[in-house]
Design a protein around this ligand. Sequence first.
Ligand SMILES: Nc1ncnc2c1ncn2[C@@H]1O[C@H](COP(=O)(O)OP(=O)(O)O)[C@@H](O)[C@H]1O
Ligand SMILES: O=P(O)(O)OC[C@H](O)CO
Length: 520
Amino acid sequence: MTTSATTRPTGGGPSARYVLAIDQGTTSTRSIVFDQAGRLVAVRQHEHHQFFPQPGWVEHDAAEIWRNLRRLVPATLADAGIVAEQVAAVGIANQRETTVVWNRRTGEPIHRAIVWQDTRTAALMDSLGADPRAVEVVRRCGLPMAAYFSASRLRWLLENVPGARRRAEDGELLFGTMETWLIWNLTGGPDGGVHVTDVTNASRDMLMNIRTLQWDPQLLDFFDIPAAVLPEIRPSLEVYGLCRELVPGAPIAAALGDQQAALFGQTCFDAGDAKCTYGTGSFLLLNTGSELVNSSHGLIPTVAYQLAGEPPTYALEGSIAVTGSLVQWLRDGLGLISSAPEIETLARTVTDNGGCYVVPAFAGLFAPHWRGEARGVIAGLTSYVNKGHLARAVLEATGWQTREVIDAMNADSGLPIRALRVDGGMTANNLLMQFVADILDTPVVRPMMAETVSLGAAYAAGLSVGFWPDLASLRRNWHRAAQWTPSMDAALREREYENWKFAVTRTFGWVRDGSGTRPG
Ligand SMILES: Nc1ncnc2c1ncn2[C@@H]1O[C@H](COP(=O)(O)OP(=O)(O)O)[C@@H](O)[C@H]1O
Ligand SMILES: O=P(O)(O)OC[C@H](O)CO
């Protein structure tokens, strides 16, 4: 980091003993105040609307999210009993790949933000994937040709909002993921707002060269994106500007995609350190150090973080689209449970899955398969199977998807994962966490501080301004709350895994009308 406590541009003096983290997630936005010991002092959370205008389409109102934040931050500071001058730095973590375009003069979004789960551009990605240039595109951005990433959404907006392409070319419009949108608004919006993205978020756009960390003209040309609309790519730990809104004078000192923030909050700073965040979807990231590891097994090389003035630290990521949302489906879609935690009670009414496997390819499969045309199956159904077996199979689906990603990581990186650090809502489920330890044959550990995404954003911002001296001081704040030790019979584990893999093959090729994407 380049900015020390003494050279910090502003944001209070010795009384600035707190860091504010903003976690702009898929379902809600959180604002959290941390103290120097990494303790949570105050937290506020606000859900925003989910818009589903057509099957497979998911949108957010970026203006609503900004309005929510305007209410959340003052309330959180009041709860903590502090004023803006006591905030040493602000750090942002955000849902990644969600795409927003707005008018630089008025600050109005030209359309609702298109969310990372949205599959409207699957057919577009299919046709782009057939282009002979696609192989070089994949090599340059490091990502598979999938609708998950931002480029095809930005192109969709430019092509489908009347006049958008011309206005973008004329420099009237700005593009960003959620951190870009929030930083621009916090630093003044139309009145001098800073238009930047951090390198971890940019690494998910498909427009950045994963080696040079710059926008790549060949990628812009391939996706037909005018450069005028793009933010400046900056390190993740750097002072981007000072807040003019909400926390006047406080430096915005870090931004990270939320999964990278969780890796940071779990203090996975060494090559070989890995974490998995079990939420709506699940995201396993392995720190690969200064080395960019290309995957030949369906993982994504991504930027883990970059300190100002230093080379980046890379990670390999296994992104799983459906885990906690499968539990929600059991609750809301089937009505078999009335709350998510109840799944554990139901699953414990039986001792095994009764031969049943649920593969939740609701919108295709992400890592390591990347099959947009796959759809979900319940395999092995017999009249013996009851709702307890189904509940167990639903939980096991999260475990097996983790195992597939870990196997791919081992094959790609050669870095053996000695222990998996976990966080997220599903880690409250002991049966699931024991199952994960069993089928990975690896200890699974959960830290005391469960809010790893916000903590990562706070750590990064605090480190950036010298509020914390170094990575070692952060590591000392990590304390284990729970550990699950593997105890499953090896032969049983491998037999069950074979069954799972066979069930997965049953999902392939379901969508046959070209609306699914099969990335290269
Ligand atoms: N005890 C539990 N057992 C299994 N799943 C759970 C449990 N508690 C919460 N979940 C699941 O975890 C998800 C919420 O976790 P969270 O980390 O808040 O997700 P996100 O940050 O993606 O919104 C939901 O999808 C919910 O179904
Ligand atoms: O907001 P979350 O926690 O669901 O995370 C979403 C991921 O960043 C999508 O890539």
